[in-house]
Write a protein that binds this ligand. Structure first.
Ligand SMILES: CC(C)(COP(=O)(O)OP(=O)(O)OC[C@H]1O[C@@H](n2cnc3c(N)ncnc32)[C@H](O)[C@@H]1OP(=O)(O)O)[C@@H](O)C(=O)NCCC(=O)NCCS
Length: 187
């Protein structure tokens, strides 16, 4: 895998075309803005998916992107962004197991900017991620999702993920427990 590699263009339900490609060094400011908007949403909505509770600094982001690019080039991670007019609107990643016995398993993460949801971008990102994971030899992708996240569960189920377990009270946030579902798909 190569940093910045273009995979394809995807047409969304509103007719807009986004570019699906892997992360690159120039994305630092865009991905920082994208993530910090999600952090803001998370802090306003107690049911929001799992994400940092504090805004990330540019320094932290530089460190994260630098490590990410090495992992992409070494084939340890699939990391895909959706770009529209030079801005990042969606992000998906899969990190495979570090031990050789579980290298075939990947852990999936997905997020789409608020104003770009329900347009099919999540589905496009999942499709492309699965394709790239297969190229790396992964055969199982797993994820964790809050049980209250009905949109995400609908999407994952539509894309072939099945519930394989749950973690009751898996998340503790703002004085409240949330149950988590574990879902997986075989590639
Ligand atoms: C979950 C998320 C990634 C989905 O991305 P998206 O681009 O909106 O996904 P899509 O548009 O491809 O699909 C969304 C689907 O959910 C459906 N949906 C929307 N709200 C829903 C709800 N409350 N209950 C059930 N389904 C719902 C949409 O109709 C659409 O389904 P369809 O295409 O079959 O009509 C996005 O909402 C997001 O980033 N949320 C915040 C972060 C997050 O929760 N990430 C997941 C953590 S596990």
């Amino acid at each position: 895998m190569k940093a910045g590699q273009v995979y394809r263009e995807a047409t969304l339900k509103n007719g807009k075309k986004v570019l699906l490609r892997s992360l690159k060094w120039d994305d630092i400011d865009n991905i920082l803005r994208f993530i910090n908007e999600l952090v803001e949403e998370r802090n306003a909505d107690p049911d929001f998916g799992l994400i940092h509770n504090r805004q990330l600094t540019r320094e932290q982001e530089v460190e994260w992107v630098a490590k990410r690019l090495v992992d992409i080039e070494n084939g340890n991670v699939v990391d895909i962004v959706a770009e529209y007019n030079g801005m990042i609107m969606g992000h998906a990643d899969v990190t495979h197991g570090s031990l050789s016995d579980i290298e075939h398993r990947g852990l999936f993460g997905l997020s789409v900017a608020k104003e770009w949801r329900d347009l099919g971008l999540g589905a496009e990102l999942i499709n492309e991620t699965i394709k790239q994971c297969k190229k790396l030899g992964m055969t199982v992708i797993e994820l964790e999702v809050l049980k209250v996240n009905k949109r995400a569960i609908h999407l994952y189920t539509k894309m072939g993920f099945r519930e394989i377990g749950s973690v009751p009270k898996g998340v503790y946030r703002n004085g409240r427990y949330y149950d988590e579902l574990i879902m997986a798909v075989e590639l």
